[in-house]
Ligand binder design. Structure first.
Ligand code: ADQ
Length: 456
């Protein structure tokens, strides 16, 4: 049978116990661990002037990893520039945060071509290539230009925005033409898929062939919806393992019976942290009876900290956390705990389980695995409540959560009060409904369905 070759910008640290903050790395690693395969991507290293060729494969468990280094110029133009400075904000509807420079777009295409040339030396003719995310929109085009005819699919972990938003990126036409060179394009939700199809049909003269297939630029591409999931039972196992409970025990002791609201995010402006801090402030201001009896803990390790907008949001949050605590803290109560660090996933699960309320309010998110991890980590006999943004892809499946608009401070504050007051019967009912959907759309189902459609 043909092998599966996974390609992503970064290859996650695949040694056990390393903290991995980032949904793609977590999802791909868990999906590959079980069935094995090849994982190709950037090593995370900047190597001299010219990008290097693939390092020899290193096998860890059932995964063989090949990596390439990037030159400083590649890193600046491709990674920092076009992928994270232009595409990421545009895909998340944050056009005010997007910058654009053709030089960076050409650098993006150049790195996609570099990946393709390195892959050409590794793959066999019958291997299937599964590319991940917005860094690799031009990979299929580059593979074909390098002479490869392998089946190739792309899964987009982020949202795909409405055409009018996508078209604010001056390279939109080039990007869509390149994306149509894949055999399969996977999206997290139907609105993402249909936004892409809308662009192809209305702006690129494409036609719909039914069953998600689109004809454009002289070829056919299949589009589909594959919501990424988590290993539901594994999360519970990790929650219960005594060795993983060291932080959870300390946390519980420090709360001294107070209720806990927990948020866990990469520090990114798409996650809506300033709006969330403001909603929490509104909550303690308005529901005065809650003062002294609730603690909000935000865990947010810095990410992409060499990009200006990420540095700015970090400073803003530090200032806000200090101000809110200064305004409300008592001699024996600090309302907001802000942790700028990462935890290994096995200790994160028990932390989720300590929280009576999981607060997940991104302004836009492809899926949001934290929401699913929070649900998976709960004790079904006495589960916590999930408060979830309507703009997270996860809201389409987890509609039994308390769904909020993250831009509505008063609405989020009211949902916090309602969630903390929710009776056991309703909590159990909502949790069971969410768990049922999550079992159906597990991480294995995500991988197997994408793989089957790519093979078909
Ligand atoms: P991300 O934007 O990184 O992922 P998310 O889906 O929430 O967002 O995944 C974050 C992952 O990192 C989770 O597994 C979480 O446990 C982990 N993580 C976050 N903070 C951490 C911390 N402090 N310590 C340890 N681990 C931490 C992208 C898209 C999402 C999409 C995923 C997967 O932006 O929309 O859900 O890919 O497709």
């Amino acid at each position: 049978m043909s092998r599966l070759v996974v390609v992503s910008n970064r290859v996650a640290p695949i040694t056990e116990g390393e903290p991995t903050a980032g949904g793609l790395a977590v999802g791909v690693l868990d999906a590959l661990k079980q069935q094995g395969g090849i994982w190709f991507g950037w090593s995370g290293e900047i190597t001299g002037d010219v990008a290097s060729t693939a390092n020899p494969g290193q096998t860890v468990g059932r995964i063989t990893v090949f990596t390439v280094g990037l030159s400083r110029r590649d890193y600046d133009e491709f990674y920092r520039g076009f992928a994270n400075g232009s595409l990421w904000p545009t895909l998340h509807y944050q056009i005010g945060n997007a910058r654009f420079d053709w030089k960076e777009f050409f650098g993006y295409r150049r790195v996609n071509a570099l990946f393709a040339r390195s892959l050409a030396a590794l793959v066999r003719p019958d291997d299937m290539i599964w590319a991940h995310d917005y860094h690799l929109f031009c990979l299929a085009e580059a593979l074909q230009e390098a002479g490869l005819t392998n089946r190739a699919g792309l899964f987009l972990h982020t949202p795909f925005p409405a055409p009018a938003v996508f078209m604010t990126n001056p390279a939109h036409a080039e990007l869509i033409r390149a994306m149509c060179r894949f055999d399969l394009l996977g999206f997290q939700t139907e609105p993402d898929r249909s936004a892409f199809a809308d662009y192809v049909l209305r702006e690129a003269g494409g036609t719909a062939l039914g069953d998600g297939r689109l004809h454009a630029f002289g070829r056919t591409v299949k589009t589909g919806v594959y919501p990424i999931g988590v290993h539901v039972d594994k999360a519970r196992g990790e929650e219960e393992a005594p060795a993983n409970r060291r932080y959870a025990s300390r946390l519980r002791a420090s709360l001294a019976g107070r209720k806990l609201i927990l948020s866990v995010d990469r520090l990114d402006y798409s996650k809506g942290l300033p709006q969330r801090f403001a909603a929490f402030e509104r909550f303690i201001e308005e529901f005065t009876a809650r003062q002294g009896s609730v603690v909000f803990m935000q865990i947010a390790p810095p990410s992409r900290s060499d990009i200006q907008t990420y540095r700015e949001i970090r400073h803003e949050l530090e200032a806000e956390a200090g101000r809110i605590n200064g305004r409300f803290a008592e001699v024996d109560w600090v309302p907001l705990r802000y942790l700028n660090r990462s935890f290994t996933r096995n200790v994160l699960m028990p932390l989720y389980a300590e929280a009576q309320l999981g607060l997940v309010t991104p302004l836009r998110d492809g899926m949001n695995l934290v929401a699913k991890e929070y649900v998976a980590a709960q004790d079904p006999a006495d589960p916590g409540v999930l408060v979830l943004s309507q703009f997270a892809g996860a809201a389409r499946e987890l509609d039994a959560a308390l769904i909020v608009n993250p831009f509505d401070e008063a609405g989020v504050a009211a949902a916090l009060d309602r969630g903390l007051a929710m009776q056991l019967a309703e909590r159990r009912e909502r949790h069971a409904a969410m768990l049922q959907v999550m079992r159906r759309n597990s991480l294995d189902a995500w991988r197997d369905r994408f793989e089957a459609d790519l093979r078909a």
